[in-house]
Every structure is written in structure tokens, then in C-alpha cells.
Design a protein around this ligand. Structure first.
Ligand SMILES: O=C(O)CCC(=O)C(=O)O
Ligand SMILES: [Fe+2]
Length: 378
């Protein structure tokens, strides 16, 4: 098996080209860095748009103060100009196709357990997890979590009943896909099986899961990779066993923080193996012995790690294993990353290089001092 990490490039199919910086003249107004949450945005549902109306409604909170009082059409033109720079036509086309794909599922698929489609914390999480998140402190999180290897957190998360319901919903969706001979998109380029939960209606629920439960934890444990600013996700299930995927190759996720929860059912094998966190430049570098760690999945239990923490899943040797995966992303972190070269706060190899530079520089300084001492003694 190759140990070359592969970035699952097509992830949820949303691969954005490098955004080009808007070429505004320096005197032109710019978007605000933080949203104006007091502003009540207009509704764009009735307009013929080439981007989803919700994008305009969301973006409106970022408009400069001078634009906010302008007529709706002026705001629309201003925002569209920005969006066009960030989404080239091919990308826009792909997003439009994906929107139609989801629409087709939503209008034909009959959910089995409607309760799953809105976040119901008391029916979803085990009590200890809920308590830790409501306390929202490093101590409360540490109380329910183990950190068996640096940057890998394991904890009990879902109630058995919630796992059962979600498994049966996924099964119901897959039966519908087969009966309707519907061609579904798989979670990413690495899986032949599994399903994207966001595509059949669970996007809002998973957004809530990320915002209210994963982001507070990530803010504490992964601040250096945008843990506090997670603002989008890709949520899916992976499936292993007979007539399913067997294992998963060595890779990094297209996420800043990944939540991986085992839903069941009964299985042997399927352990995750981790090999240290790396930036793009060092993604293929070797591992230190202390970075080598294996984790055995337990139904109901979650693993939380940086997306750049290199990992893979060993063969599921018997039974059937289904895991919920939530790739959580931060647009702010991705934008800032473009202007940085040193990632020693989270990349094991950048840190190693930095220490090496410091060691050399201290050595050179010592040499210089010794030389000066020698000269003055003459
Ligand atoms: O099979 C697993 O538990 C890991 C899945 C995974 O790493 C992924 O889908 O990115
Ligand atoms: Fe992964």
C-alpha cells in the first residue's frame, strides 16, 4: 500500500480555484472583515440570479456601511461583481448542477425519521458530552476526553438510539437510491460507497452540530488552524465491509478539523492509523516515532483531529462499519494561509525545521562569542 497522502481533491465536489483578489481601486469601498449582525439583509428570492439568493442575503451583512442604505438592485450589482471574481464560470456551472442534484433528491426522497433533520441535542448526545459543551471550558472538555496522541481527541458522543436512527435513515436513503436507479455522488474521490448526508437534507442539522458543539471544542484545542472560525462543512458517512469499501488509503482531509464518529454496527478491524500533521509542502515527509498512533473505533465514540493530521483506515476484516464524518472548514484560515510560509504551530516538519534553524543560529552565536573571547585574550 502506498503511504503517499492523497488530498481528496474532489471532496464534496466543491473545489474552488484560487480566489483572485478583487481588483478594486484603492478608493472603492471594500467588504467588512466581520459581519454587521445588527443589519437586517434584504431578500433576493424573487430575483433571477446566477448565484443562490441566500448568498446575497448572507453577503449583505459584509457590505461597507456606505452601501447598506442603497436600493436592493445596487447592492445586488455590487455583490455580484465580487462573486464573479471569486467564482469562474466553470465553477458556477458546477455549483448550479450540484444545487439541481440536491433539489432532485429533496423533492423525491421521503425521509424515514424526520426528527433527525433538526438538531435535538437531548436525543442526540450522551449526557456527559452535553454537560461538557454547556460548561464550555478547557477543563470540562478534558474531563470527557482522552488525548491518546497529541492533537487526537477521543470521547463518547452519540446515544446508541441516535446511531440506530441515523443508520436506518442512511439505509432507507440507499434503498431509495437503488429503487429509483438514482445516480448518487459519493462523499469523495476515495470512496466507492457511502453517502453525503448534506445532499439528502441533513445539512442544516450538521451545521448546527458544527457551530454549537464542534466549534467551541475546536476553539480550545485547534485555535492555530481556525478552530474558532469554522464556518462550513462537508458531512457524509463512510461504509466498510462485505460489498462495501474495505479500507481507506493514507491521506489528509479537505478540512481544518475533522469529526469522525463510529455509528456501528458490528465489525472487526477498521482501525485508524495516524502519522503526524503536515502542511502542503511537507505532506509527503517521513514520520517521527512519536507521531505513529493507531485508534480502534467504538460505536458512539468520536475522534476529533486536524484535517491535516495524516491518516488512513485499515481493512474492516468482518462485519459492517459505518462512520459519520464531518469535515469542518474555516474560510478565514484558508485565506490567511495563502500569505504564510511557516506553519510550525501545527506542522510537525515546519516545527522541526524551525528548531533546526534555531539550533544552528545558537551554535553560530556561540562560535562567534568564543572567537571574540579568544581574540581579546591575545
Ligand atoms: O474510515 C474512517 O474511519 C476514516 C474516514 C476518513 O478518514 C475520511 O473519510 O476522511
Ligand atoms: Fe480522512
Amino acid at each position: 500500500m502506498s503511504l503517499e497522502p492523497r488530498t481528496p481533491a474532489a471532496a464534496n465536489g466543491v473545489v474552488l480555484e484560487e480566489p483572485k483578489r478583487p481588483a478594486f481601486a484603492s478608493s472603492s469601498p471594500r467588504l467588512r472583515l466581520n459581519p454587521n449582525n445588527d443589519h437586517n439583509p434584504d431578500n433576493y428570492d424573487d430575483m433571477q440570479l446566477d448565484f443562490s439568493p441566500e448568498i446575497f442575503t448572507s453577503l449583505e451583512r459584509y457590505l461597507p456601511a456606505s452601501m447598506l442604505g442603497k436600493p436592493r438592485y445596487d447592492k445586488f450589482k455590487f455583490m455580484r461583481e465580487i462573486l464573479l471574481k471569486y467564482f469562474p464560470p466553470g465553477e458556477r456551472n458546477r455549483i448550479q448542477k450540484h444545487r439541481e442534484y440536491r433539489q432532485k433528491i429533496i423533492s423525491n426522497y421521503q425521509p424515514l425519521h424526520r426528527g433527525l433533520y433538526s438538531m435535538q441535542p437531548a436525543a442526540t448526545f450522551v449526557t456527559a458530552f452535553l454537560k461538557a459543551v454547556s460548561e464550555n471550558t478547557q477543563e470540562s472538555f478534558r474531563r470527557i476526553m482522552s488525548e491518546p496522541s497529541p492533537g487526537i481527541f477521543a470521547f463518547e458522543m452519540f446515544q446508541p438510539r441516535f446511531c440506530e436512527l441515523l443508520l436506518s435513515e442512511v439505509e432507507n436513503f440507499e434503498n431509495w437510491v437503488n429503487e429509483a436507479k438514482f445516480k448518487i455522488m459519493r462523499p469523495n474521490t476515495m470512496n466507492k460507497y457511502g453517502a453525503v448526508l448534506d445532499d439528502f437534507g441533513l445539512e442544516t442539522m450538521l451545521d448546527k452540530l458544527m457551530e454549537s458543539f464542534i466549534r467551541p471544542i475546536s476553539k480550545v484545542f485547534f485555535p492555530e488552524v481556525g478552530g474558532a472560525t469554522l464556518d462550513s462543512h462537508h458531512g457524509f458517512v463512510v461504509e466498510y465491509g462485505d460489498n462495501r469499501d474495505v479500507d481507506l488509503g493514507f491521506h489528509v482531509d479537505d478540512s481544518e478539523v475533522t469529526l469522525n464518529v463510529c455509528l456501528g454496527k458490528q465489525f472487526t478491524g477498521g482501525e485508524l492509523y495516524f502519522r503526524g500533521t503536515r502542511c502542503d509542502k511537507h505532506v509527503n515527509s517521513g514520520s517521527q516515532s512519536e507521531e505513529i498512533f493507531d485508534y480502534a473505533h467504538v460505536p458512539g465514540y468520536a475522534v476529533l483531529h486536524r484535517g491535516r493530521h495524516r491518516h488512513g483506515a485499515r481493512a474492516t476484516t468482518s462485519g459492517h462499519r459505518i462512520n459519520l464524518i464531518l469535515w469542518c472548514r474555516s474560510s478565514v484560515f484558508r485565506e490567511m494561509k495563502k500569505y504564510r510560509k511557516d506553519f510550525s504551530s501545527w506542522c510537525g516538519e515546519c516545527l522541526h525545521e524551525k528548531k533546526e534553524r534555531q539550533r544552528k543560529s545558537i551554535g553560530a552565536t556561540k562560535q562567534e562569542l568564543l572567537r571574540r573571547d579568544g581574540e581579546s585574550a591575545l
